[in-house]
Design a protein around this ligand. Structure first.
Ligand SMILES: Cc1cc2nc3c(=O)[nH]c(=O)nc-3n(C[C@H](O)[C@H](O)[C@H](O)COP(=O)(O)OP(=O)(O)OC[C@H]3O[C@@H](n4cnc5c(N)ncnc54)[C@H](O)[C@@H]3O)c2cc1C
Length: 379
């Protein structure tokens, strides 16, 4: 292994992950007396909330990915390294990344989350939606299903190709189901000669009793109604028992399909295993006061002891907090603990419907689409 050692001596803050959390931390440190290094396995920051639009051909990958170097180019104390991190040598304070050792004085881990299949090996049958590659793969599968159905002589196979099953009734599943319905019932409606894409069945499966569990029950119900108006079949209280290349089993019932979208669960990226620890509420790793874990990879709880949601505003606020904490420490000051400020949540259903909620304020329908509780862009 070759070693890259710091030569100058502002303390070196290394941030792993240029998602919402990592970039917020880096930008907050713009004027601070630190050398900031952002390490990411990709050279772009991804706006994950719009991945479903890429997966359903509404947007191109370039519309939701911005070069990390472009975002940080004005920040003279920031440097970017393209590398996949695989471990940490905590005694030597070095990151291990593709044969390199990257030294740090303070380390911020913001590597996000990945799909969880609850112990099953279903990823090849039911791909999830987390990366640009996931989105373009799903887009290919969805569009090819229509193309194959167009020339498929066997009626059963044609039906199977025109069935689309989305597993998971959280925001991603709701948005995906709505967008596939729009694609089938509007965008592609007149494009084929042998099949009628409007006959496609889009089935959204949720194991719990309602969609969008973190939202108010009235909004869950509004989301279900909106989806059904778009032609989506919503199946509540239905758990997936098995998945394979020809369908999904719900107990004894079998749904035949060639396209399954997995939106049922996420787990933290494996970064915590690099040092075998969980972080506390402020994102600090016990036993390593100079290492912070933020965003989706952190299991941070609020003052009520409840887990904070895996959303962009949590990651951004934690990134800003860690940066302020490092600056305060450098000045010998203490900082009060992290508090999450909840500015609300929303889910978009098709082109013209949605649900949004901020505290006690709730809105659904077209007005929700205008509400704009989405995380603002990072750049
Ligand atoms: C489909 C979808 C829809 C969503 N919709 C919304 C929404 O509407 N509103 C909302 O607030 N939130 C939404 N979220 C959640 C939101 O995107 C996440 O909470 C947020 O991105 C978390 O930020 P983060 O910085 O923790 O991680 P991420 O933004 O996931 O960034 C992690 C970064 O770490 C990098 N990385 C990972 N592993 C390594 C490694 N080993 N080495 C180097 N780099 C690595 C990745 O390349 C990535 O750039 C959605 C998520 C998805 C997947």
């Amino acid at each position: 292994m070759t070693a890259i050692h710091a030569t100058s001596r502002p303390p070196r803050v290394v941030i792993v992950g240029a998602g919402f959390g990592g970039l917020s931390a880096a930008k907050q440190l713009a004027k601070a007396p630190f050398d900031v290094t952002v390490v990411d396995r990709h050279n772009y920051h991804l706006f994950q909330p719009l991945l479903y639009q890429v997966a359903t051909a509404g947007l191109s990958p370039g519309d939701i990915a911005s070069p990390i170097r472009g975002i940080l180019y004005r920040q003279s104390n920031a440097n970017v390294i393209l590398a996949k991190v695989s471990g940490i040598d905590t005694p030597r304070r070095e990151l291990l990344a593709e044969g390199r050792r990257i030294p740090y004085d303070h380390l911020v881990i913001a590597t996000g989350a990945e799909h969880a299949y609850f112990g099953h090996d279903w990823s090849s049958y039911a791909p999830g939606l987390k990366t640009i590659d996931d989105a373009t793969y799903l887009r290919r599968r969805i569009l090819l299903a229509f193309e194959r159905a167009e020339t498929e002589p066997n009626a059963d196979e044609r039906r199977r190709l025109l069935n689309f099953v989305v597993v998971g009734g959280g925001p991603t599943g709701v948005e995906m189901a709505g967008a596939i319905a729009e694609l089938a019932k509007r965008a592609l409606a007149a494009d084929f000669r042998s099949i009628d894409p409007r006959c496609a069945r889009i089935i959204l499966i949720e194991a719990g009793p309602r969609l969008l569990a973190p939202f108010d029950p009235a909004l869950s119900e509004a989301a279900r109604r909106s989806l059904e108006q778009l032609g989506v079949e919503v199946r509540l209280g239905a758990s997936v028992a098995d998945c394979d290349c020809s369908g999904v089993s719900l107990g004894r019932e079998r749904l035949q399909t060639r396209t399954i979208v997995w939106a049922a669960g996420v787990k933290a990226s494996p970064a915590a295993q690099w040092f075998g620890a969980e972080s506390d509420r402020a994102g600090r790793v016990p036993g390593h006061p100079n290492i912070f874990v933020i965003g989706d990879v952190a299991a941070a709880t609020g003052p009520d002891g409840k887990l904070l949601p895996g959303v962009a505003p949590v990651a951004k606020q934690q990134g800003q907090y860690v940066a302020k904490l490092l600056m305060a420490r450098a000045q010998g000051r203490a900082l009060p603990g992290f508090r999450y400020r909840d500015f609300g949540a929303m889910a978009i259903i098709g082109r013209k419907r949605g649900v949004a909620q901020v505290g006690a304020f709730k809105v659904s329908g077209l007005a929700a689409c205008c509400y704009g509780a989405w995380p603002t862009s990072i750049s």
